[in-house]
Ligand binder design. Sequence first.
Ligand code: PMV
Length: 329
Amino acid sequence: MTPLKATAIAHPNIAFIKYWGDVDPSQHLPANGSISMNLDALSTMTTVAFVDDLPDDQVILNGTPPDVVTRQRVGAHLDHLREWAGTDHRAQVFSRNSFPAGTGLASSASAFAALTLAAAAALDLALPKSHLSAMARLGSGSASRSIPAGFVEWAAGESHETSCAFSIAPPDHWTLCDCIAVTCTTHKVVGSTEGKARATTSPIYRARVESARAALDPCRAAIHARDLAALGALMETDAVLMHAVTMTSHPPVYYWMPTTLAVLQSALAWRAEGLPVYFTLDAGPNVHCLCEETNAAPVAERLRAIPGVKTVIVARPGPGAHLTDHHLF
Ligand code: PMV
């Protein structure tokens, strides 16, 4: 049989209102909905081919076979798609990140979004976007938000079918820029899966979930109105609450490094001087500084001048996951 092969490109996303805790961890059914923006400057490209006589899945990430845990996670995700397609053919998977080497910006969101779309296409599964998003969610919750384009909301839902993401505005809706201050290039100590599993042990977990739920309507409205001050206030509150949850979980996780705090304090100072810039952070020490396109150059320049900032990447609203005819093998 000729292998069925397909290649997909997906972009990671930065969440303005975050996903940090599950009601059902086995399916990544989140405690609250979340809202994000895809990042055009970063991407993952993945080619998947299903072959009938292959004894096991073969996975190559950025030129090398991954560790056992990652390989098993990829295999388990392919199993969901195989089950859906009614096949047991093993797959060859080649995946490559465009991220500058050594930035510590590896992303499970773009990885599982690209893997889901490429595998579904290789299996000739014509799934609607909402279904692809739900499938991507099984690999990594935030991957559900890298399937649709631009500004995206993941509805928490109550089941596998209803917990999926949709676009709330296309990439060209708003010339928002994310200036990412890379402060640390080593691998994070505690991954987001483990960090999230500890979240419910924090005494402020419930308060943060309630706050995030209440922030969804105003966040969506701020995006529609292109209101950076409103979006920024909501985004900073949720980011700091999420990190307060990690720092008060048992055992605690401190993702912030000294340079992280220096960047946060600088952003507050620049804003007080009249430069509209707002921050958020994922489960790591890098800081995402959001500003209008017109201010991206001065923000990036100021970030580069902070001791400890290794590099700055400027990203704009990115497209959703899409197929390409250019294969990796
Ligand atoms: O789905 P995961 O395991 O990539 O977790 C995402 C966690 C955060 O990036 C911190 C928040 C988010 O909503 O993207």
